[in-house]
Write a protein that binds this ligand. Structure first.
Ligand SMILES: *[C@@H]1O[C@H](CO)[C@@H](O)[C@H](O)[C@H]1NC(C)=O
Ligand SMILES: *[C@@H]1O[C@H](CO)[C@@H](O)[C@H](O)[C@H]1NC(C)=O
Ligand SMILES: *[C@@H]1O[C@H](CO)[C@@H](O)[C@H](O)[C@H]1NC(C)=O
Ligand SMILES: *[C@@H]1O[C@H](CO)[C@@H](O)[C@H](O)[C@H]1NC(C)=O
Ligand SMILES: *[C@@H]1O[C@H](CO)[C@@H](O)[C@H](O)[C@H]1NC(C)=O
Ligand SMILES: *[C@@H]1O[C@H](CO)[C@@H](O)[C@H](O)[C@H]1NC(C)=O
Ligand SMILES: *[C@@H]1O[C@H](CO)[C@@H](O)[C@H](O)[C@H]1NC(C)=O
Ligand SMILES: *[C@@H]1O[C@H](CO)[C@@H](O)[C@H](O)[C@H]1NC(C)=O
Ligand SMILES: *[C@@H]1O[C@H](CO)[C@@H](O)[C@H](O)[C@H]1NC(C)=O
Ligand SMILES: *[C@@H]1O[C@H](CO)[C@@H](O)[C@H](O)[C@H]1NC(C)=O
Ligand SMILES: *[C@@H]1O[C@H](CO)[C@@H](O)[C@H](O)[C@H]1NC(C)=O
Ligand SMILES: *[C@@H]1O[C@H](CO)[C@@H](O)[C@H](O)[C@H]1NC(C)=O
Length: 790
């Protein structure tokens, strides 16, 4: 502690090599200047007087060093030097010393560097400093280069003109609660909010924007209030746009984006008018979330958030008590013995049910059973402390303690809690519903010996395996009504352990490819005598375990002969893997562009229809409608009977959260993606129709949509060439085959041209596409498609 603590270590030779100073001599702070909380000078002002750097009151009598904006009724702090340090007393001084260091001397005589800047040769001295009107405090070397600036070291705020670079984070701090949140610009290009100290796992993220663009992405707020994620060259995702109504041109507007102490990322505008800091108005322009309950970690363990906005509060689950009734944010406990599976006196449990409560964590078990069997299953399972049942997908999710990230919200879910049965005793909870009819059954279940429970477990395990082997054939028979309680656990998806998959793939040895979401491996499950494909999901975060499970269940329930079947998944911590059936004959891309012998015309027509039927199923026929978002010939696989099967569906939903409008970086750049990806417009099923159109024309012509080795420049862009041939009535130029049915060819070309229209509204829905391809309905003459590949 006596040693000098280095507060900020900035390697300027990395960051500011080319930043030529725009020194304004009206606000130069020369060497030898100093500040003190009680001296004549307590801060250095920016030329406009709106911003100041210096000592500000912190805590009861202390002071901190930082930058603030002069606002009423109270100044707005936008940056703090070493925010984790305790406040200093009024006797402290801050000097920009004659040898170019910014030095804080405390009352005790301790001397700390406020900022330190190193180059290859060691600390580089500053020559002057400046407080800018943008709110940036800058130190210059003697050739007027920026060697340190507060804009490169944000605490919880970024101002107009400031960026949050890859790897940097904002951390919210509050005096009142111990809760801390961070907003991190991850090096994978995703912007993520999560509680501080939580792991990077997706289960902790409560708000995020995914771009998948890698470390070139930064969060940028420009001086006009335009908040977005950008790379050096392009804007990827717009979070807030300054075109709000009612802006007064005459006033000075300062934009400020802050990760607030409530964990929500917000953009404020401050309007100053008249003589600078005399008066100002503030308004909230944008916020990442609107419901406090969505902020993970707002309520402590074993408690849940209820109410919205400022009325949000934390409550204990039935059977739990507050750790500290004074601070309800700290969470709740109950005094069950920790390990009820070990021998000991049998405790009689009851079940308390609370509708519309759920939480976000990994269940240790997911079953497809009905509601009654869900709580019975929990009662009969000594590991289970709580469960929730989701009506929508019919899953029973069982949990051990502690329960994290609880929420009460109107959703079709009911939670069950194991509570100790007491005679006449009452639980001090708000209206839990006790399930009476369970009593007899509990006694019955509890009267079973441990042995029978073990037997039950093994039966479940065996039946899971059995069902896993036969799920493809059995899925249609399974519905919540005809389920036979504990035994047929209806596990259409097998939950693999990481070890199992490691064994199956021989340590992830054989790489089949590199998909948009991570690497793909070949494996073999000897018990089931089945070759599998294991996809490691690396490049995204998603809503958390529950979201992931729900998505898996949704994908697992898709069954169509033109879709690749998901067999199971594995979630262990942040590891997420998907297991698919192995499709043996490669992809459509290989077939169309690489194979020596191209498929015959009739085969190509059949494949087109198969792909169309697969997409139609995803869009309209399966329970949860799925937009593929990444249709391309590489994602159409050919099985051993040369049937086309679509793969990689449902994953875009995992990576694109509902609450943010998002462009998915990598996907947005391919020639198969619809123009709306580039425009950040909402994505609908029509984006898949576009991709299908491009794919269809490629199948017709057996060539890529952009090809350079062609006879005339007219042929480079497939869409143009096809349209020109269509208009000229020379469709025969498109195909080299001999036995081409010209009527079918014309139909296919017309459908393809309709599908690639720039206006999504003009593209036909998949159902019509199929009817048109089959020749059931007539097809109007398509207009010229957009030239969207530049
Ligand atoms: C000032 O800093 C810049 C950038 O780090 C460096 O190139 C230049 O040599 C420095 N000037 C002096 C006089 O140290
Ligand atoms: C503050 O300013 C006054 C007059 O300008 C001067 O007399 C006094 O010494 C100053 N106080 C300090 C601590 O510098
Ligand atoms: C320097 O600051 C003054 C006062 O705010 C301003 O009038 C002037 O335009 C600035 N000069 C430059 C070069 O920025
Ligand atoms: C702004 O307010 C501060 C105190 O709040 C005052 O010292 C300063 O003179 C004001 N600046 C202007 C330009 O009014
Ligand atoms: C800072 O400057 C003040 C006034 O010149 C001086 O009394 C004090 O000792 C200086 N502190 C340091 C750490 O140089
Ligand atoms: C700038 O500072 C360096 C030491 O960091 C010194 O060697 C050099 O003479 C200075 N240049 C000027 C112009 O002051
Ligand atoms: C922030 O990013 C913008 C756009 O890339 C750039 O022009 C600006 O200089 C950056 N600001 C800082 C302080 O680095
Ligand atoms: C985060 O972890 C650090 C060290 O592990 C600990 O000192 C700090 O109190 C933790 N913060 C919170 C909010 O839990
Ligand atoms: C901002 O929004 C307005 C209206 O919503 C829109 O017209 C404008 O194009 C947007 N600006 C940008 C840069 O997206
Ligand atoms: C600022 O707010 C006050 C009261 O909230 C309002 O009367 C006034 O019109 C606002 N001024 C501007 C410029 O928006
Ligand atoms: C749990 O704690 C309560 C008081 O907080 C006590 O009355 C009860 O006996 C305890 N139950 C068990 C099983 O320890
Ligand atoms: C739970 O949410 C549903 C809406 O999904 C609502 O109809 C129902 O009234 C809620 N139940 C309770 C007890 O709040």
């Amino acid at each position: 502690m006596g040693s000098i603590s280095v507060l900020f270590l900035v390697f300027m030779f990395l960051l500011a090599v080319d930043v030529k100073a725009q020194q304004n001599h009206s606000n130069v702070i020369p060497l030898g200047s100093w500040l003190s909380p009680i001296a004549n000078r307590t801060s250095w002002l920016s030329p406009s007087g709106l911003f100041a750097f210096g000592f500000y009151p912190q805590g009861r009598k202390g002071f901190a060093i930082g930058i603030w904006m002069h606002t009423q009724p109270k100044n707005t702090i936008v940056w703090t030097a070493n925010p984790d340090d305790p406040p200093v007393s009024s006797k402290a001084t801050l000097n920009l010393t004659s040898d170019g260091m910014l030095l804080l001397r405390t009352e005790q005589g301790e001397e700390n560097f406020i900022v330190t800047f190193l180059d290859e040769e060691g600390p580089e001295p500053a020559d002057s400093a400046s407080m800018h009107d943008s709110g940036n405090f800058v130190l210059y070397n003697n050739s007027s280069y920026v060697i340190w600036q507060s804009f490169d070291n944000p605490t919880d705020t970024i101002l107009g003109g400031q960026n949050l670079s890859s790897g940097d984070e904002l951390v919210s701090r509050s005096d009142h609660s111990s809760r801390r949140y961070c907003l991190k610009m991850r090096t994978n290009g995703n912007l993520v909010s999560s509680p501080v100290n939580s792991t990077d796992g997706s289960e902790n993220a409560y708000w995020y924007v995914a771009t998948f663009y890698g470390s070139g992405v930064k969060l940028s707020l420009n001086p006009r209030g335009f908040l977005r994620l950008t790379t050096y060259s392009s804007s990827l995702v717009i979070l807030a746009n300054n075109s709000y109504p009612g802006k007064k041109e005459t006033s000075t507007i300062i934009y400020r984006a802050i990760l607030d102490s409530d964990g929500i990322f917000k953009l404020y505008s401050h309007h100053f008018w008249g003589n600078s800091n005399t008066s100002s108005n503030v308004s909230l322009e944008w916020s990442s979330l609107h419901d406090q309950g969505e902020v993970r970690g707002f309520c402590g363990l074993n408690s849940y958030c209820t109410g919205t906005g400022s009325k949000a509060e934390c409550r204990c689950y039935p059977g739990f008590h507050f750790m500290s009734p004074k601070n309800k944010l700290l969470g709740c406990y109950n005094n069950f013995s920790e390990d009820s599976c070990s021998k000991g006196p049998r405790i009689h449990y009851n079940i308390a049910a609370s509708p519309n409560i759920s939480w976000g964590d990994f269940p240790y078990s997911v079953q497809l059973i009905n509601q009654e069997n869900c709580y019975k299953s929990c009662l009969g399972d000594c590991y289970c402390r709580a469960a929730f049942y989701i009506y929508e997908d019919g899953t029973c999710n069982k949990f051990k303690l502690p329960l994290r990230y609880g929420r009460s919200q109107n959703s079709s879910v009911i939670a069950f809690f194991k509570v100790i049965q007491r005679n006449g005793g009452s639980l001090d909870d708000h209206n839990p519903v006790f399930l009476k009819d369970s009593k007899k059954k509990i006694i019955l279940i509890l009267s079973l010996t441990l042995g029978s429970i073990a037997f039950l477990c093994s039966v479940i395990a065996i039946s899971c395996f059995f069902i896993y082997r036969h799920q493809v054939h059995r899925y249609r028979e399974l519905s919540p009504e005809n389920v036979n309680v504990e035994f047929a656990e209806n596990f259409t998806l097998h939950s693999f352990s990481y070890n199992e998959l490691e064994n199956a793939t021989d340590g992830f040895k054989e790489v089949l490819g590199e998909g948009s979401f991570g690497s793909v491996y070949k494996g073999y499950v000897s018990e089931a005598n089945k070759t599998i494909v294991v996809k490691r999901l690396e490049k995204f975060v998603e809503e958390g375990e529950r979201g992931f499970q729900a998505e898996m269940t949704a994908i697992g329930r898709t069954h169509h002969r033109n879709l690749v079947q998901l067999l199971g998944f594995c979630i262990e911590g942040s590891r997420k893997l998907l297991v698919y059936e192995y499709i043996s004959n490669g992809s459509l891309a290989d077939l169309l562009f690489k194979a020596k012998k191209r498929p015959l015309w009739k085969e190509r027509v059949r494949i087109t229809l198969e792909v169309a039927r697969g997409i139609f199923y995803l869009h309209q026929e399966c329970e949860v409608h799925i937009i593929h978002c990444n249709l391309k010939p590489q994602n159409i696989l050919m099985d051993d009977t040369w049937t086309a099967k679509i793969s990689d569906f449902g994953l875009a939903r995992l990576s694109v959260p509902n609450q943010t409008r998002i462009s998915m970086g990598l996907e947005g750049t391919s020639e198969y993606s619809a123009p709306e990806w580039q425009k950040n417009s909402p994505i609908s099923v029509k984006a898949d129709i576009y991709s299908f159109g491009v794919l269809l024309l490629e199948i017709v012509c057996c060539r890529g949509s952009i090809e350079v080795n062609v006879l005339t420049t007219d042929e480079i862009l497939l869409s143009n060439w096809v349209y020109n041939c269509f208009v000229a009535g020379q469709l025969d130029k498109l195909v080299e085959d001999e036995n081409v049915d010209m009527k079918t060819l014309e139909r296919m070309v017309k459908v393809g041209l309709w599908c690639i229209q720039e206006d999504p509204a003009l593209r036909p829905p998949m159902k019509n596409v199929i009817l048109m391809l089959e020749g059931t309905v007539d097809i109007a003459v398509p207009p010229s498609p957009a030239i969207s590949h530049s």
